[in-house]
Design a protein. Structure first.
Length: 385
């Protein structure tokens, strides 16, 4: 049994990584002493694309009682950074796991790394959820800061974790890291949502069509939603007249384009756009109502929404890009399509309509027991050096 401290986002700026931090901490706590430092305020709220849901109680997922939590560190409060480190020092961790997905928290990570080197000397693991955020990469000053901060943070860590071998190669190249120190651990399933009877879910959503297509998750430019709308318009009339396209997710960069594209669509009366961050209690409605879920990404490391979708045993149409191709290949209900190909999406939709796919597969390899076991292997390996 080891002492492990995880540093990751709280539910204040709720995101998929908030869920991941809770699930990882809970899974590791079954055989280790686990503590968590929550990054509470990540950046000025007016700069956050999802500012409308900040601070709202829309998730029921909680840390287990045996997980000790400090909530939390704020981007603009050095006092909170010092208190966080005092908390970590009291826990006396053998290893600290820093979650990396955005440069907005880099300065807080770097403070903890520096204080650890000067005082605790715990082993350090950097876990990558994004090699680089697309929005940050598009803005020159942020791109430069992200690269510098990323290099400083990753320098001489004891190990690195990512969720696909594809990202492992990218990370090794971008940050000039030894691939032997980078470990691939799968993203666990978000299997804590309940199943709802399909008819009841559709009734609650006022859906009358018999074929329901779902796009779920933050609406961002790289998610490729316009290609899905194009594909929906290209469906034969005998399919389209029985179909409903649900586009559900908070609008980020590129969101306005999707709103305009839906409004201009010749089949706009059969498209439902729900531009909001969905609460935990409503998530099961959408996945239970769907016949097929589509992720037409143009790039991706992983997809938390896809790891919800797999739990509902529905066919999933997904672009064969990045780490997604690797992780989704384990799911027998996956239909891969080339990125940016509306015709390929349409063909896959027609296939699902004409021959509904019944998905029966064992997803134990993506269970949190497996994730925790693989993580413990990494921790034991660096702890024995």
């Amino acid at each position: 049994m080891r002492n492990i401290c995880i540093v990751g986002p709280s539910k204040q700026f709720l995101s998929g990584l908030s869920y991941y931090t809770i699930r990882l901490a809970n899974a590791l706590s079954t055989s280790n002493n686990v503590s968590v430092v929550c990054l509470r305020k990540l950046l000025p709220q007016f700069l956050f694309p999802g500012r409308e849901h900040v601070g709202k109680k829309i998730s029921d997922l909680e840390f287990l009682p045996n997980v000790t939590v400090y909530d939390g560190m704020d981007y603009n409060s050095p006092l909170s950074w010092i208190r966080a480190f005092h908390f970590i020092k009291k826990q006396n961790p053998d290893v600290i796991i820093l979650q990396w997905w955005t440069s907005s928290v880099a300065h807080m990570h770097l403070v903890l790394k520096m204080l650890n080197i000067l005082s605790l000397k715990s082993k350090l693991i950097i876990e990558f959820h994004e090699v680089v955020d697309p929005l940050e990469e598009a803005i020159l000053p942020i791109r430069l800061y992200s690269r510098i901060a990323g290099r400083l943070l990753t320098h001489k860590a004891d190990a690195y974790v990512t969720h696909s071998n594809f990202d492992k190669e990218l990370i090794a190249s971008k940050y000039r890291l030894d691939e032997e120190k980078i470990h691939t651990i799968p993203l666990g399933l978000y299997d804590h949502y309940k199943q709802i009877d399909r008819k009841k879910a559709r009734s609650a959503l006022k859906i009358k069509e018999k074929f329901v297509i779902l796009s779920f998750g933050l609406i961002r430019r790289y998610k490729g939603i316009p290609y899905l709308i194009d594909a929906f318009e290209r469906l034969p009339e005998e399919v389209a007249k029985n179909a409903r396209l649900l586009i559900v997710g908070e609008l980020w960069e590129g969101g306005d384009e999707v709103v305009e594209r839906v409004a201009a669509s010749k089949r706009r009366d059969q498209i439902t756009l729900m531009p909001k961050y969905v609460s935990d209690k409503d998530i099961p409605l959408y996945f239970s109502a769907a016949d097929v879920i589509v992720f037409p990404y143009t790039r991706a490391s992983q997809s938390g929404a896809a790891h919800i979708a797999m739990c509902y045993k529905k066919p999933i149409i997904v672009s064969n890009v990045g780490g997604l191709e690797e992780s989704m290949s384990k799911y027998e209900g996956t239909l891969f399509i080339p990125p940016g190909d509306a015709d390929a999406i349409a063909r896959a939709l027609i296939k699902c309509y004409e021959r509904p796919i019944e998905v029966k597969c064992n997803l134990a390899d993506l269970g949190w027991d497996t994730v925790a076991s693989k993580y413990c292997d990494v921790i034991n390996r660096i702890g024995n050096k």
